[in-house]
Design a protein around this ligand. Structure first.
Ligand SMILES: [Zn+2]
Length: 322
């Protein structure tokens, strides 16, 4: 054995970017790097990931023999068999990511989780949720992902897909959703759906613009943009309150590209949450911005650390009691 402190390799797989980091037992990132997710077949995509992993491992003494690996991936995934089929990585369909990563790093525990769960776990560990035991984390981006930490543990569900808040139905007469249902939170609150709804109301109809432009226009007082953000916020609030009254929680953290809009999103979300959360145990529901730039990566590493600890003594780096 070497004298180096044990580390865990965290990996975050998204349709746009892939990131890897070496993370210490207290959640400190010792090395990290990221790449744009390449196009290509299954082996080409994995080769790029392998190079990324080798690079971060080379940046830290002992980084090439992590005690465990945690992987957060865009879904859907098959946690039991370690397979991933990220919607936006078309080369990977039922790709055996866990086995392939283990072949690279050696025979150590490799844990796979949905990216939304890793986001929630990362914010719980070292971010906005570090003083609480139970939280809902939401990522508002090209979709609406989420994850739950309950009593200090990620609540993954039977198939590993719990907390699909983006597909809570909030409008019984709503528009079709990519999932096959209709009126889901995501049909109102994802970046692309907000832009599409704004365009249908006459906002910048012929321009190639995204949710960041919509947010800037809302901040500048554009009435259509403001109305669209208010609708998105109302849908998010409905999903948040539905989850809060189901799980019994009071802390919600929101991150992701659309959350960078800041008060344009958070002000109406907080207003709608206050309106909708009426049962006594959720009237203190708070919604705050994520504190970490890379919560998904930190949370993935935490999955790895959790796999090494079975005595339930591993609590977050914050000031929570116990
Ligand atoms: Zn849906």
């Amino acid at each position: 054995m070497s004298d180096e402190a044990a580390t865990v390799l965290g990996i975050d797989i998204g349709g746009t970017k892939m990131a890897a980091a070496i993370v210490s037992a207290d959640g400190e990132i010792l090395a990290k790097d990221r790449i744009l997710t390449p196009a290509g077949d299954a082996d080409q995509v994995f080769a790029a990931l392998g190079e990324l992993i080798a690079r971060v491992q080379g940046d830290v003494a002992g980084g090439d023999h992590p005690a465990a690996v945690g992987i957060g991936s865009a879904g859907p995934l098959d946690q039991e068999h370690g397979l991933v089929s990220p919607v936006n990585i078309i080369g990977w369909r039922n790709f055996p990511l866990v086995d392939r990563v283990r072949a690279l790093v050696g025979d150590v525990p490799v844990t796979l989780g949905v990216d939304g769960h890793c986001f929630a776990l990362g914010e719980y560990w070292t971010g906005a949720g570090r003083t609480v035991d139970t939280l809902l984390g939401i990522v508002v981006s090209t979709g609406v992902g989420a994850g739950l930490v309950v009593d200090g543990k990620p609540m993954l569900g039977q198939s590993g897909n719990a907390a699909h808040l983006g597909h809570v139905v909030v409008d019984l007469d709503g528009e079709p959703c990519a999932c096959g249902s209709y009126g889901c939170v995501e049909t109102y609150a994802s970046g692309p759906r907000m832009v599409a709804r704004a365009k249908r109301r006459g906002w910048r109809p012929d321009e190639d613009v995204d949710a960041a432009v919509l947010a800037a226009d809302a901040a500048a007082g554009d009435e259509i943009a403001l109305a669209i953000f208010d609708d998105g916020a109302q849908a998010l609030a409905a999903g948040i309150v539905a989850t809060a009254v189901t799980v019994d929680l009071t802390t919600v953290v929101i991150g992701g590209g659309v959350a960078k809009a800041g008060p344009v999103l958070f002000d109406p979300v907080q207003r709608w949450v206050k309106r909708l959360a009426q049962l006594p145990f959720v009237t203190d529901l708070t919604v705050e911005p994520a504190q970490l730039d890379n919560a998904g990566l930190i949370g993935a590493a935490r999955l790895g650390w959790d796999a090494l600890r079975t005595d339930n003594s591993f609590t977050a780096v914050g000031t929570r009691s116990g």
